[in-house]
Design a protein around this ligand. Structure first.
Ligand SMILES: Cc1cc2nc3c(=O)[nH]c(=O)nc-3n(C[C@H](O)[C@H](O)[C@H](O)COP(=O)(O)OP(=O)(O)OC[C@H]3O[C@@H](n4cnc5c(N)ncnc54)[C@H](O)[C@@H]3O)c2cc1C
Length: 380
């Protein structure tokens, strides 16, 4: 259970202290790292600019098996066995080999936080100097520092990643009240030339949005149009940039997990389970440092190698992301229809897709398999 010491407004006090592990970012990646450090006795501090679960960062869709593996089923809202895809010419239904579910963000974050054992403070991270993180409330020093702050990679040493020039997609959604039974996506250039639209029902709410792989393309108008086209209101907006390229998972002594390391999958923009997956991998390495079984440098090396060993599927998905918008609409619809008729192909492809970050990893007690240190240049 996290011990909260949140300070707001006049109660906001200076935060100038040391800890063993400092986790910046209390969403999927950061809370997954913290979970793995429970019971180690390490002094773990998690910081975020908001309260835990306060600001939803996604449509909150995830393979159901991940909720079960993480003990987060209580947050589940709706489950789907099919993926329904609309193109301007047809609608196809894929009978999936595993189910996908929507969940409640706040509930999931709170459940995940309960699995950890850490102190929590609200503070906005501004940057870093040797061994310390600068926040709006002061400086925090730690031997082990994790950046789970999302796409901005706030603690990075290079030039800050800046849209629209960076390898980022952009996504925006509205959350009207409404019900539905299908998890639907639209591959339709009248909404977005490169990208897709979606509607995810979530127990009385619909999460309707548009994501563009081209960061220069503005998604507000098409998001509103899609919502109106399906008879919904355009209320309660939520949007963000989404990285679509793997980045180095360690840099200058800092561990990066989730969007800060580009762990969101290209093409589908699915980044929740991967944030938790790499967060767990990171946490397991930190655990070994805390117990004295390895040095911080060994942990940096192993975690970097583990993340980079996933470069191949990320690279493939990025290729498909670039290919799909180039297909002639007739060919695209024809291909989707052919796939619909081949359950074997659907099972095979979605099986591989799940394997990129499989839920079994959660219960797999051992640490990630050591790998050689591959370079990441080829991923970009
Ligand atoms: C519109 C949209 C819909 C999406 N839908 C899905 C989906 O259905 N399924 C899916 O798998 N993925 C989805 N994604 C992608 C997914 O949201 C991300 O990949 C995922 O949230 C990454 O998790 P994370 O923990 O790395 O970062 P985040 O969830 O972005 O969390 C970062 C945390 O850091 C905090 N923070 C940021 N900057 C600072 C700072 N300077 N100081 C202090 N705290 C800070 C934030 O408050 C936040 O709590 C969607 C993305 C968008 C934009």
């Amino acid at each position: 259970m996290p011990r909260r010491a949140t300070k707001r407004g006049a109660e906001r006090t200076t935060l100038d202290r040391d800890c063993d592990v400092l986790i910046c970012g209390a969403s999927f990646a950061g809370l997954a790292v913290a979970r793995e450090l429970a019971g180690t006795g390490a002094q773990v501090l998690v910081i975020d600019r908001y309260e835990i679960g306060e600001r939803q960062t996604s449509a909150c869709g995830i393979p159901t098996a991940w909720l079960d593996a993480m003990g987060l089923r209580e947050s589940l809202q709706q489950t789907f066995g099919e993926l329904v895809t609309h193109t301007p010419r047809a609608t196809v239904r894929y009978d999936l080999p595993w189910t996908f579910s929507t969940f409640d963000y706040r509930t999931l974050c709170e459940l995940l936080a309960e699995q950890g054992s850490f102190e929590f403070e609200t503070a906005t991270v501004a940057g870093r100097s040797a061994g310390a993180v600068r926040t709006d409330r002061g400086e925090i020093r730690a031997q082990l520092i994790v950046d789970a702050l999302g796409w901005r990679r706030v603690l990075g040493t290079g030039t800050p990643i800046q849209p629209p020039d960076a390898l980022l997609s952009r996504g925006l959604e509205v959350h009207p009240h409404g019900t539905g039974t299908d998890m639907e996506i639209w591959i339709d250039r009248s909404y977005v030339p490169a990208g897709y639209g979606w509607s995810f029902p979530a127990a009385g709410e619909l999460r309707i949005g548009v994501g563009s792989f081209d960061p220069r393309f503005h998604v507000r108008e098409p998001t509103e149009r899609l919502a109106l086209d399906v008879g919904s209101e355009t209320v309660r907006y939520q949007g963000n940039w989404i990285p679509h390229a793997l980045r180095d998972a360690t840099e200058d002594g800092v561990f990066y997990a989730g969007d800060s390391a580009g762990h969101c999958l290209p093409l589908t923009a699915e980044g929740i389970r991967t944030a938790m997956y790499f967060g767990i991998a990171c946490g397991r390495e930190l655990r070994e440092v805390v117990s004295g079984s390895q040095t911080r440098e060994q942990a940096l090396h192993r975690y970097h190698a583990f993340s980079a060993s996933h470069a191949r599927p990320f690279r493939w998905m990025l290729r498909v992301q670039r290919l799909v918008p180039r297909l002639a609409p007739g060919l695209l619809t024809g291909s989707l229809r052919t796939i619909e008729r081949s359950k074997r192909f659907i099972d095979w492809s979605f099986g591989h897709y799940l394997n990129i970050a499989h839920p079994d990893f959660v219960t797999h007690a051992s640490r990630p398999v050591p790998a050689r240190m591959p370079g990441l240049a080829a991923v970009r």
